[in-house]
Design a protein around this ligand. Sequence first.
Ligand SMILES: NC(=O)c1ccc[n+]([C@@H]2O[C@H](COP(=O)([O-])OP(=O)(O)OC[C@H]3O[C@@H](n4cnc5c(N)ncnc54)[C@H](O)[C@@H]3O)[C@@H](O)[C@H]2O)c1
Length: 384
Amino acid sequence: MRVLILGIDGYIGWALALRLLAKGHEVAGIDNLSTRRFSEEVGSDSAFPLPSPKDRVNAVKKKLDASLDFIVGDAKDKKLLEDTISKFKPDVVVHFAEQRSAPFSMRDYNHAWYTLENNLKSTLSLLYAVSEIDPSIHILKMGTMGEYGTPNFDIPESAFVRAVINGKEDIIPTPKWGGSYYHWSKIFDTYLIMFKGMLSSLTVTDIMQGPVYGTKTEEIIDEELRTRFDFDETWGTVINRYCVEALLGLPITPYGKGKQTRGFISLEDSVEALRLLIENPPKQGEYRVVNQFAEIFNVYELAQIVKNAAVELGLKTEIRSVENPRIEKEEHYYNPEIKILPSLGFRPRKDVRGEVKIMIKDLIPYKERLERFKHVIMPKTRWR
Ligand SMILES: NC(=O)c1ccc[n+]([C@@H]2O[C@H](COP(=O)([O-])OP(=O)(O)OC[C@H]3O[C@@H](n4cnc5c(N)ncnc54)[C@H](O)[C@@H]3O)[C@@H](O)[C@H]2O)c1
């Protein structure tokens, strides 16, 4: 298949490009390199040094014997999307090209607005470009499990639910509640996709994915093929951040009571799930919602798992709960449904307990580099 990835330079985008190329698909990508810039803005960097786009293309040629078109450009630019889609003629466009940090979106008005504008505009540009050039192209859009919030009911894997309001039944969009401007941008994306998708009979998979962890996938066999790995308070997702804290001898820091519960997935399983969804598109004109995670944990349990792995590897660390900078429920019901990926044959190959040991070992050679960023790990960005 021919796959265009918006956000190809990112943590998941690069790993997915490698997986698809290794499986014989043709891949092109667009990225404006904004995560590289914003990570610098908060005084951080990827744990692994990142090759330039040109070096990434060369590494793919050398290591995977494949060619890759990597365009440095902005996914908000509808004309760029139109030109690229007309020329490359993808079967599927994967949309990752969004500002994806909740704390970054909560820094101040400018960061909140940047997040909303970047994410909604890239999504709307893509919806229009596809509907005007070839509405049969499958759009694979990455949302987040965070769109659902933490409701006191089972989270369905569907766009709509039945609801009885004032004694009358109707179908309504599945209730959502964002915990940051980033999460609200994903919710608004979903509404745009549902509306424009309905008007133009678009074929869409809207993925609700839980936080991703991991340093590598099967294709990441050396430094030249590495994907980025964020660990600071703004860009690092929880397990990745904990592993670096443990490695640097810092306390592992769950926020507040630590009972915040989510569905997690390894990078390896994430790209494999994405490959399955690309190779098994929904029916033409269908809007498919997919919940994507592998294991459910609360953030205190994860701290214990990382601590045990670190101790086994001879590292000295402790767990120290810190005041929660976020406004969120610290104890809550959580029961999300997951049936579409298993129906396509998805079986997670990694689990947190095994993978965190691999991650810490993988990070050990970069310890000196990571020491330089110790000061950006503790939470600073407050929701209020
Ligand atoms: N990492 C996770 O745990 C996780 C969990 C759930 C959902 N997601 C979603 O998955 C997607 C990929 O996440 P990631 O972790 O790889 O993030 P990332 O920041 O590493 O990758 C996103 C990429 O998109 C690029 N980008 C952003 N805005 C752009 C624009 N306007 N034009 C062109 N490129 C642009 C960035 O430069 C970056 O390379 C995001 O949409 C994110 O919200 C991530």
